[in-house]
Structure formats: structure tokens, C-alpha cells
Design a protein around this ligand. Structure first.
Ligand code: 1GP
Length: 253
């Protein structure tokens, strides 16, 4: 089953998913990935997201290859630019940064990426990417030169997501930014959830099991965990357990 199809099918059953985000810049030796790959398999992680807003090394291909060689979890590119494409991946979030007004991240990078993606034959998932303010200026806000949506402007975010869905985007991704001081709040997630039917991804600053539960309860279909696993990989077990528990309740109904 294709990735988007499986997200939609899980959503229609009320089931949630979890993705682990890997920043290729932080993986200088593929062996560094071993513990995370083992933990992800043990904890039934659904996807690996690979990418970053500023990738300064050429590790991407090696990282994707190592994941593909060792586990059967799909690899989804989460690119900061058209340079972060690797044909070994299973899919790519083709991100349009709809919370911002920078044409380069709304359509510019996409024009450069399109012919490469056409040849690569990987699954392209049109995604409305929305940055939500989370305290300090995040790398993604700085690099994309866009202003995140204020975290209490629920209607603004809801209308942005709605417009994205009307433009044909198939996924909405609410992101507080990697290592965010404050994760996207429940009210914001719920407001966006109510405004669209497409799968909703939520990430940025989800670094405790409770924050993961909050995002699931508010309506996230898929939560993304990155930063916190660099220092505390064991937290993946606790967070993934919350997703598993949620899905068990749904199955039991
Ligand atoms: C960032 O949504 C991702 O773009 C994940 O964020 O690294 O804070 O978990 P963290």
C-alpha cells in the first residue's frame, strides 16, 4: 500500500501513527543509527522521516541506504530544499510552506525538484507545511525566512489549512520546529483538525509521552519525534507505547 493511502486508511479507522525524524547532519557514521533502528523496529514505528532545514553534509544518501538495508520501515524524505532528494527513499513530503509568504518555499524549490522526482519514481505527497510559533526563532523559520503563525491565532491556522486542502494538498503538517520550546498546543491542533479532512501530522518539541498523548487527543494522525531521541533514545519506547495503546483501544471498539 502506498504511504498516503495507508495514512488515509488508518485515519478512517481512527488509528494513529508515529514517525522518527533523523537529521542526516547529525549522523557522521551509519553505525550511529543502529540503536535507533533497533528501538524503532521493537516499538513498531511507522515511518522514518529524513531531512532538516539546513543540511550541510552529504550524509543523506548514506542515512537512507542504512535504514533501507536494515529495517522495513518506510523512509519518507522531509526536505528543507530541492537538494535533499534521494531516490532510495520510499516517499517525499512535497512541502509547500503555506504559513509563510516566501515564493521559494511555496513553489520555487518545487520547480527544481519536480524533474528529479519524476525520474526517481518515489511517492510524492503534496503537503501543506505550517509553522506555528513556539517561543524562540527556530532554524526552519530563520532559513525559510517566514513568520510562523502565532500560537493563539487558531482561525488563521484553520483557514490556512483549509486553503491548502482546497488547493489540493493531501496532508497538513503542523510544526513547532525541531527542538521547539513549546510544542503545538492542543487548541491549535484541534482547530486545524476540525477545518480539514486530510491526515494531520504534528511535530516539533514533542519530548514527553504526555505531549504525545495531547497531540493524539487533539486530532493528530501522525506524530513526529526527533530531537529528544538524540539524547534520550529510550523515550521512544514510552512515546510509541502511547500510540500503541491508542490504537489498541480503537481496535477493541
Ligand atoms: C521538526 O516536527 C519535527 O520539524 C520534529 O521535531 O525534533 O522537536 O521532535 P523535534
Amino acid at each position: 500500500m502506498k504511504i498516503l493511502e495507508s495514512l488515509n486508511s488508518r485515519r478512517s479507522q481512527g488509528k494513529k501513527s508515529i514517525a522518527v525524524l533523523i537529521d542526516p547532519d547529525k549522523i557522521s557514521d551509519p553505525a550511529q543509527l543502529d540503536p535507533l533502528l533497533r528501538l524503532a523496529t521493537e516499538n513498531c514505528v511507522d515511518f522514518f522521516f529524513v531531512g532538516g532545514s539546513l543540511v550541510t553534509t552529504s550524509n543523506l544518501s548514506q542515512v537512507v541506504a542504512t535504514i533501507k538495508e536494515n529495517v522495513s520501515i518506510p523512509v519518507v524524505l522531509f526536505p528543507g530544499s530541492a537538494q535533499q532528494i534521494d531516490p532510495q527513499a520510499d516517499g517525499i513530503l512535497f512541502l509547500s510552506l503555506i504559513s509563510g509568504r516566501n515564493p521559494d518555499f511555496l513553489i520555487g524549490q518545487h520547480v527544481l525538484a519536480a524533474p528529479i522526482l519524476k525520474n526517481a519514481g518515489i511517492e510524492v505527497m503534496p503537503t501543506g507545511y505550517m509553522l506555528i510559533n513556539s517561543g524562540k526563532i527556530t532554524s526552519v523559520a530563520y532559513v525559510s525566512n517566514t513568520t510562523p503563525i502565532p500560537e493563539d491565532k487558531y482561525s488563521l491556522a484553520a483557514c490556512t489549512a483549509m486553503a491548502g486542502e482546497m488547493l489540493g494538498l493531501k496532508i497538513i503538517y503542523l510544526d513547532a520546529g525541531s527542538g521547539a520550546e513549546r510544542e503545538v498546543n492542543k487548541k491549535m491542533i484541534a482547530a486545524v483538525r476540525k477545518s480539514v479532512d486530510v491526515p494531520l501530522i504534528v511535530g516539533g518539541g514533542i519530548n514527553t509521552p504526555q505531549k504525545a498523548v495531547n497531540a493524539l487527543e487533539a486530532g493528530a494522525d501522525l506524530i513526529v519525534i526527533g530531537n529528544v531521541l538524540e539524547k534520550s533514545p529510550e523515550l521512544l519506547t514510552e512515546i510509541a507505547e502511547k500510540v500503541y495503546d491508542w490504537n489498541q483501544t480503537v481496535s477493541a471498539k
